[in-house]
Write a protein of this length. Structure first.
Length: 199
């Protein structure tokens, strides 16, 4: 079933980066295997452990659009104008960049009226049969708190950060019950996918 999937790699204590945006070993599994991930951006080369590659190929092939925050866009420079997965990226931001070299040619839309609007636009692009991928952090946490997330997909890496940027952001409060996870063990990462229970 298509839906909004909040996904990211996280430490055992729930952080997706340090306070200064360093990811340490969180993304190492994308590159430390011998099996190519064939879904997603053809301009980036990922070779993961076989179990991770199979899992990510299946998940990424279902993505029709992505929603990210402005901070991730700035850190990655919008992946040089190429979505990691899906056809289009919607960037939640307070202001549209004026000097990005791919402006007007890359399939990126800058959304200034909030995460709900970005998700609605991404769903329209993805259509009824493909997922919308949403990154963790403050934007993901806002969407989660608003009940806009259907599934949570964690790549749990065996490292403890102690502090940093939380997967659910700094503004989420309350409790949300999730279903039991789909668990895919791999090398130096465990993939966990939870359906969000809707009340």
């Amino acid at each position: 079933m298509a839906g909004v999937i909040m996904a990211d790699a996280v430490s055992l204590d729930g952080f997706l980066a340090t306070a200064d945006d360093q990811v340490g070993p969180l993304h190492d599994f994308y590159f430390n295997g011998d099996t190519r991930i064939t879904a997603g951006n053809r301009h980036m080369s990922f070779k993961a452990p076989a179990a991770s590659a199979r899992y990510l190929d299946e998940q990424w092939s279902r993505i029709g659009a992505m929603v990210i925050g402005r901070r991730l866009f700035d850190i990655t420079d919008g992946w040089d104008g190429m979505p990691v997965a899906g056809d289009r990226v919607f960037v939640v931001t307070h202001s549209v960049p004026t000097d990005w070299k791919h402006m007007g040619t890359a399939p990126f839309t800058f959304v200034t009226d909030g995460v709900a609007s970005a998700i609605a636009q991404a769903k329209a692009v993805a259509g009824p049969d493909r997922d919308v991928a949403l990154n963790g952090g403050d934007v993901g946490g806002q969407a989660f708190a608003a009940g806009l997330v259907d599934e949570v997909d964690l790549a749990l890496v065996p490292v403890v950060f102690g502090s940093g940027k939380r997967f659910f952001g700094d503004r989420f409060e309350g409790q949300v019950l999730l279903d039991d996870p789909v668990v895919v063990p791999s090398e130096r990462v465990t993939h966990l996918r939870y359906r969000v229970r809707k009340s």
